[in-house]
Ligand binder design. Structure first.
Ligand code: SF4
Length: 467
């Protein structure tokens, strides 16, 4: 079963103290769907009763029946929107998971990936735990159930000190929400306020949609309990150097969000500016691969003085290439997804900015589309370094064998994608960005050096679960 475990990336949202908790969670999840859109779930608490609705599909599909919302009563809610990569994207793995035992009713929503899940799973399994899902998140619930601590909050903290890896978590009980972030702070988690209610989300764009005010980050290593009495914060983990995921800034987070204490738009623009400084070239226009590279492209244009143009139109009714779980669809999608603006590209020397190159097949197809539209020269620029290693901290990525950056030199990639030139942002340039003082990042997928011990890679597949 462990081999079948999967990688996914997710968005979480929670609200404490508003009668419309389920509706607001629905909206919060709506804003977070770029972090996962295969399934979603909302759990509410009302008078000691836990209510839940979950389903496969986008948030609007899962909650399309208005009667669903009327059943999700209560002023406390958490929700989760999820993406997975394999057959494990089934109903049983949809979060939040809920358990009821002699001590507690507890629901959990997780963004991240545990690195000691196999070890913990085996230990719990040998002691009689019966697992219902193929997700590592369930392990956390089992750990709370076997904890000998007295209060629920203590049992949650006890469980959290036994897990390793990346976790931004929300727990819902009959009368509280507990939010937790791993001591490295890999994934973002932010705290806000909506009228008299507290809200917690993966990114601030979820606050904007409901009109909530940003208060602060849930700190790395912080466990925060929200009850009728207010907030209680504790730091149960050993202190460690932070390792915020730099890829959140490069690609995953929305540019209108503020995470790790900084606006994503600002950082992404900065990456584009640095790229222009490191890899200048003569050209007539600069275009971005929409939408995720738009902001970096603006930065490139500002720094180089080369005119920004819209050279590709994206079909918004197709999912993001990088998070499409089916290889078959990936091969079809580039033309479906991007159409060139011939009048813009014809007879032009074009700089194309993208945020990353994963397998290289999409970039190759894009270069062909742009060339077929009449571009005279195509200079491909990437606002991050080559990806040379997989992620163990909650981001779905192909195996090392499939990562083009791990297997070819920049010159070879340039030839493979058939660009006239190719330039990646350097690792040093990215990590020394002046707009990020006093911040330390994980850049493991670019450097192969991870901030913590990672599991063995088993051939082409990693043997661990994720959420
Ligand atoms: S390995 Fe890469 S994607 Fe994973 S947490 Fe580190 S920087 Fe982010």
């Amino acid at each position: 079963m462990l081999e079948a475990m999967i990688h996914d990336k997710c968005g979480v949202f929670g609200i404490f103290g508003n009668k419309k908790a389920a509706e607001l969670t629905y909206l919060g999840l709506y804003a977070l769907q770029h972090r996962g859109q295969e399934s979603s779930d909302i759990v509410t608490s009302h008078n000691g009763k836990i209510n839940l609705h979950k389903g496969m599909g986008q948030v609007s599909e899962v909650f399309s029946n208005p009667r669903v919302m009327t059943r999700l009563v209560g002023d406390i809610a958490i929700g989760h929107t999820r993406y997975s990569t394999t057959g494990a994207s089934s109903l049983i793995n949809i979060q939040p998971f809920v358990i009821t035992n002699r001590l507690q009713k507890l629901a959990i929503a997780h963004n991240g990936n545990l690195t000691n899940s196999i070890e913990l799973h085996q230990r719990l399994d040998s002691k009689g735990s019966i697992f219902q899902t193929t997700s590592d998140t369930e392990i956390i619930l089992h750990l709370t159930a076997v904890s000998i601590q007295k209060t629920r909050f203590e049992r949650v903290c006890d469980a959290l000190t036994k897990i390793r890896g990346a976790f931004s978590l929300l727990f819902l009980t009959e009368n509280s929400i507990i939010a937790a972030r791993d001591p490295y702070g890999f994934r973002p988690l932010v705290l806000g306020q909506f009228k008299n209610a507290y809200v917690i989300a993966s990114e601030t764009c979820a606050f904007d949609l409901i009109g909530a005010k940003y208060i602060r980050e849930v700190e790395p290593g912080e466990v925060l309990e929200i009850t009728r009495r207010g907030l209680k914060s504790t730091f149960p983990f050993k202190k460690t150097k932070h390792a915020f995921c730099i890829f959140e800034y490069i690609y995953f987070a929305r540019p209108d969000s503020k995470i790790f204490g900084e606006n994503v738009d600002k950082v992404r623009r900065r990456l584009g500016r640095l790229l222009a400084r490191e890899h200048p070239t003569e050209a007539d226009i600069v275009i971005g691969i929409p939408d995720s590279a738009n902001t970096a492209t603006l930065g490139y244009s500002e720094e180089s003085g080369i005119r920004f143009e819209i050279g590709l139109i994206r079909n918004h009714y197709v999912g993001r290439t990088f998070i499409d779980p089916h290889q078959k669809i990936r091969d079809l999608d580039v033309k479906v997804k991007f159409n060139p603006v011939r009048g813009v590209l014809k007879d032009k020397r074009v700089i194309v900015v993208d945020d990353s190159i994963v397998r290289g097949t999409t970039s190759k197809k894009l270069v062909k589309i742009i060339r077929d539209a009449g571009a005279k020269e195509i200079h491909f620029r990437v606002s991050s370094p080559p990806i040379i290693s997989p992620c163990f901290f909650g981001i779905d990525m192909p195996t090392k064998k499939e990562l083009i950056g791990a297997n070819m030199s920049v010159k070879e990639i340039e030839k493979f994608i058939e660009a006239d030139s190719l330039g990646y942002l350097s690792l040093e340039g990215m990590l020394n960005m002046p707009s990020l003082p006093d911040t330390t990042f994980c850049a493991g997928c670019f450097s192969g050096k991870y901030p913590m011990k990672v599991p063995e890679i088993n051939g082409s597949k990693l043997k661990l679960g994720s959420d």
